[in-house]
Design a protein around this ligand. Structure first.
Ligand code: PHE
Length: 497
């Protein structure tokens, strides 16, 4: 991969699709999609999300992959190779994975810790979380605020990813995906079938899948502002879930062979990613719903809603779904604990699935950093991996210790982990996406991307849609996201979700 070496490549189109899908399928699908869908209109959110994926998501992913394959560069140098004046976009796009990878690995460490806890529970019957399910809240906060453990598990996660990356594109990334992705799919299908078949899952399923207009109405009237908020939420989720605007698809596209179809690959990646997101909801929402109805409707809550049981139930479900990271690390363990002896095995299967999803995504983030280091410094893969791993470990230390020993240090009133998440999602990624659309739509012109997609005489089926999207609609949407994020940062209005 150094300047003199031939660039690495995937062994074929399927390997590329699997790698890109492995990057896309991650914590965003398993945890963020279900709770956003549950909160923002169920089926309505899902329909909006799907419409965005096949139009806007398609446009951006295709653009990134085509830029990568055309330039044979990682994101850092791809933009400047196309046009020197736009090289800054590549720099911002490289800062994104540099900021995200460390904290993503720290969260990966949390997942590993839970995997270990469930393995112990399943195989020995000893319950490290404490007998009472209610204690799992303390289990989580005790862990993330411990002086060393979150750091230690985060480092194990970084080193495991480095171990895969150092082996290279074919022998490392491709092979590890061949093991992890099928297991992930099987576990997801098995757990969701189990949950859907549980007696009483119907209400939760309806809550998740039926379109619900509550999220777009105020006092019974349709609200454009609420609709805008729901669309922006779906759009933010789509970016994160498809691993867009952070250079990964450019780097992965640069390893793609000229004879493989970019358009067909993008469509397949979208299908895989969306299936896992929807299936994750089937795994999580019905059980959290049942649990919230059973335990969340307290006499105080009932009194607060003037004795209206339906309103109190709705509020209890809403607050259970809105628990943020707590949904995965606190609420679900409580739910597993109510499933009797089998609960530990379900928990083990679930956290194995989450570990693989997080690992395959982290590997892609890591690779985007390593590829940039290779292209910039003309280093060999091995040296670049060591260098990057050291840098990521250093940066991860802040997020790992940010809830514990360094809890008093905050940046703009945020802990380190939240700060890195905020800066990337709310500022850098919208900037990269907006600049990419304007660059490709108006400076480079869509023809450059179209030629790459049609390489070898291939037909670009959605060509018309692509041109309209990349020139007009995508920039307009991107600017809307940017404005909404600025409003959120400066607390103007209440648009973002
Ligand atoms: N797309 C992944 C997900 O859905 C997350 C991810 C984010 C992967 C950033 C790479 C980069 O969780």
């Amino acid at each position: 991969m150094g300047s003199g070496n031939k660039r690495a490549s995937w062994s074929g189109s399927l390997a590329f699709v699997l790698a890109a899908a492995a990057s896309a399928i991650g914590l965003g699908n398993l945890w963020r999609f279900p709770y956003l869908a549950a909160q923002y209109g169920g089926g309505l959110f899902i329909v909006i999300y799907l419409a965005l994926v096949v139009t806007l998501g398609f446009t951006l992913m295709l653009t990134e992959i085509a830029i990568g394959r055309k330039t044979q560069q990682s994101q850092l140098t791809a933009y400047s190779k196309l046009n020197g004046a736009w090289g800054f976009v590549g720099i911002v796009a490289t800062i994104v994975p540099l900021f995200i990878t460390p904290y993503y690995c720290v969260i990966g460490g949390w997942v590993l810790y839970y995997l270990k806890a469930y393995a112990v529970m399943a195989f020995t019957g000893v319950a490290p979380m404490g007998e009472a399910a209610a204690e799992s809240g303390a289990f989580f906060s005790g862990f993330i605020s411990a002086p060393f453990a979150p750091f230690g598990y985060g480092m194990i996660f970084v080193l495991a990813c480095a171990g895969v990356i150092v082996l290279g594109v074919k022998n490392g990334i491709e092979k590890s995906n061949l093991v992890m992705m099928p297991i992930l799919f099987l576990m997801a299908v098995a757990i969701s079938v189990y949950v859907v078949c549980l007696p009483g899952s119907g209400d939760g399923l309806r809550y998740y899948l039926m379109p619900n207009l509550d999220s777009v109405t105020v006092n019974g009237h349709f609200s454009l502002a609420m609709m805008g908020k729901t669309i922006l939420g779906a759009m933010g989720q789509m970016f994160y879930s498809l691993s867009l605007a952070m250079g990964i698809m450019i780097t992965y596209g640069s390893y793609m062979k000229k004879e493989d179809s970019i358009e067909g690959s993008v469509r397949r990646i979208e299908v895989f990613d969306t299936i896992i997101a929807v299936v994750a909801g089937l795994m999580i929402i019905p059980v959290v719903y049942m649990f919230a109805v059973k335990t969340g409707v307290t006499p105080e809550l009932l009194a607060k809603h003037g004795g209206d049981a339906a309103a109190a139930t709705k509020a209890a479900v809403h607050s259970a779904m809105n628990a943020g990271p707590g949904l995965m690390f606190i609420t679900l363990p409580k739910v597993f604990a109510t499933l009797g002896a089998g609960g530990a095995w379900i928990g083990l299967a679930f956290f194995l699935l989450v570990t693989f999803a997080a690992a395959t995504s982290a590997i892609s983030l890591f690779e985007a950093c390593v590829a940039s280091v290779c292209d910039l410094l003309h280093l060999e893969r091995k040296a670049a991996t060591f260098f990057t791993a050291a840098m990521l470990m250093f940066l991860a230390t802040f997020s790992a210790l940010g809830y514990g020993p360094w809890g008093d240090i905050t940046l703009f009133k945020m802990q380190f982990l939240d700060f890195f998440d905020f800066v990337t999602n709310c500022a850098l990624m919208p900037i990269v996406a907006t600049a990419t659309c304007i660059f490709v739509g108006w400076v480079l012109t869509p023809k450059a991307v179209i030629d790459e997609v049609e390489e070898g005489g291939r037909k670009f089926r959605s060509r018309g849609l692509y041109v309209v999207m990349v020139k007009f609609i995508a920039p307009a949407f991107m600017i809307a996201i940017l404005v909404s994020e600025i409003c959120r940062a400066f607390k103007i209005g209440g648009w973002s979700i």
